[in-house]
Design a protein around this ligand. Structure first.
Ligand code: HEC
Length: 139
């Protein structure tokens, strides 16, 4: 990458960081330390930050996603409560969990989260899958 490209790159990343302060994080920060290599995935360290960076702006009271679905992703309790129709996480069964179907865009309605944005980086989707597989604990 030459100098000019580097400065264009930092302007783009800087812009994304500013925009990301309230909504969606830039992808290049996401997979710096793959949690998978540590074995046990932690809700606090690995999963909550995903929701904070990519989901919370819509999934808190007053947000678009919360108002549409009643899913509150600002806490473990909110996540486990799910939608007004019931849970989106089945502990131990990621492939039966609506949350997983949604982040991969495999729902019957072809909806994918984060809604209207690029898909989550694969490392984060796989961390969510593994965390549910490991029991979806508040760890
Ligand atoms: C731009 C706003 C926005 C963002 C960001 C967003 N969502 Fe949503 N979310 C929505 C909307 C709108 C709905 C309702 C969709 C529908 O049912 O048509 C929804 C619905 C949901 C539902 C309930 C689906 C159901 O079965 O009814 C879950 C679970 C969900 N989102 C998870 C997430 C996760 C996880 C993220 C982050 C990776 C995320 N959302 C990011 C707007 C958003």
């Amino acid at each position: 990458m030459n100098r000019r490209n580097i400065s264009v790159f930092s302007v783009v990343v800087g812009g994304l960081l500013l925009a990301g302060a309230t909504a969606i994080l830039p992808v290049q920060q996401a997979c710096a330390q793959p949690a998978n290599t540590r074995g046990q995935i932690s809700f606090k360290e690995d999963i909550a930050p995903i929701f904070k960076g990519w989901c919370e702006s819509c999934h808190q009271p007053g947000g678009q996603g919360y108002e549409a679905s009643r899913v509150d992703l600002t806490s473990y309790a909110g996540l486990m409560k799910g939608t007004k129709f019931g849970p989106v996480v089945v502990p131990g069964e990621p492939d039966a969990s609506t949350l997983v179907a949604l982040i991969y865009g495999r729902t019957s309605k072809q909806i994918r989260m984060p809604f209207g944005h690029k898909p989550l980086p694969d490392c984060l989707r796989s961390n969510i899958w593994t965390w549910i597989f490991q029991g979806a604990k508040n760890n």
